[in-house]
Write a protein that binds this ligand. Structure first.
Ligand SMILES: [Zn+2]
Length: 280
């Protein structure tokens, strides 16, 4: 048998196994958690990681949310009083293109978002990322303007390193220093943190609490039945996603399709941790 046929046969087998692993490990659709949709870059300039959406793609997502009466509210309020029409729109890393491209679209439709700047890179280029040096991060002024326009600002550490590999001292520095810097920029409390690459363990959860955060965000829920305040899950949208993918995620149906979306997202997210080592 030709080897290429064997590979073609293995892909759906791995995918089906992946779906069942998702179902048995998470317990299915997260009915009892707030809806959080996440983005990285909104730009027409392609990048190889695939963690971007184009401007028109993002506009379609926002128009879908608006047309279907979804609303964005203050993050704290959302985490405590969510319903099936409230949503948080996250922007990992707070790239400048969010300010230039996403913000005007959202403002027109009356949406606010949540930005997670990496404080060591404010106003700088994204040197840790694959294809680094191409995308600039928001500067202090842009972060302040978004905050004044109702956006929430959360920490994403100082240097975007895998927190699991840091000493206790480094960990506390990454979490506390970034909190202080952001609070001095926006003159508001910064109560939440987003773990770089969504990677965490019990020690990191403990330090997030110790550094004064009320909660933290990971990439996906470990269990979709019990929501961990220090590892809340999100769903990230990528260049391969369209409005139908968003509709499945936001409406949380059906089990088969939702599982497909999460399995797909988790696989892409798993590869994203290598972005700092694969420089091209
Ligand atoms: Zn990040």
């Amino acid at each position: 048998m030709d080897e290429s046929y064997l590979i073609l046969l293995l892909i759906p087998i791995f995918y089906i196994i992946g779906w069942f692993i998702w179902y048995f490990r998470t317990g299915g659709i997260p009915y009892n958690s707030p809806r959080i949709i996440s983005f990285h870059k909104i730009t027409n300039k392609p990048e190889f990681g695939g963690t971007f959406c184009t401007n028109s793609q993002f506009k379609k997502f926002m128009e879908f949310l608006s047309k279907n009466k979804y609303i964005t509210i203050d993050l704290e309020k959302h985490l405590n009083h969510y319903n099936d029409k409230t949503v948080s729109i996250f922007f990992d890393d707070a790239h400048e293109d969010i300010y230039n491209n996403a913000f005007p679209i959202m403002k027109t439709l009356g949406f606010t978002g949540v930005i997670a700047p990496v404080t060591g890179f404010i106003g700088e280029k994204n040197l840790w990322d694959r294809g680094g040096g191409v995308f600039r991060h928001m500067n202090e002024e842009q972060i302040r303007i978004l905050s004044e326009n109702g956006f929430d600002v959360i920490s994403h550490t100082m240097t975007h390193r895998d927190l699991r590999k840091l000493t206790d001292k480094e960990l506390l520095y990454e979490m506390s220093e970034s909190k202080q810097i952001l609070e001095s920029i926006i003159k508001k409390k910064v109560d939440y943190i987003l773990y770089p690459y969504g990677l965490y363990n019990n020690r990191i959860r403990f330090f997030a609490k110790k550094a004064g955060y009320k909660g933290a965000f990971a990439s996906y829920n470990k269990s979709n039945k019990i929501i961990d305040k220090y590892a809340m899950g999100r769903n990230t949208m990528y260049i391969i996603d369209n409005v139908f993918d968003l509709k499945i995620l936001i409406e949380r149906k059906s089990l088969l399709l939702y599982g497909h979306e999460e399995t797909k997202g988790r696989i892409i997210n798993w590869f994203s941790r290598f972005s700092e080592v694969i420089k091209i």
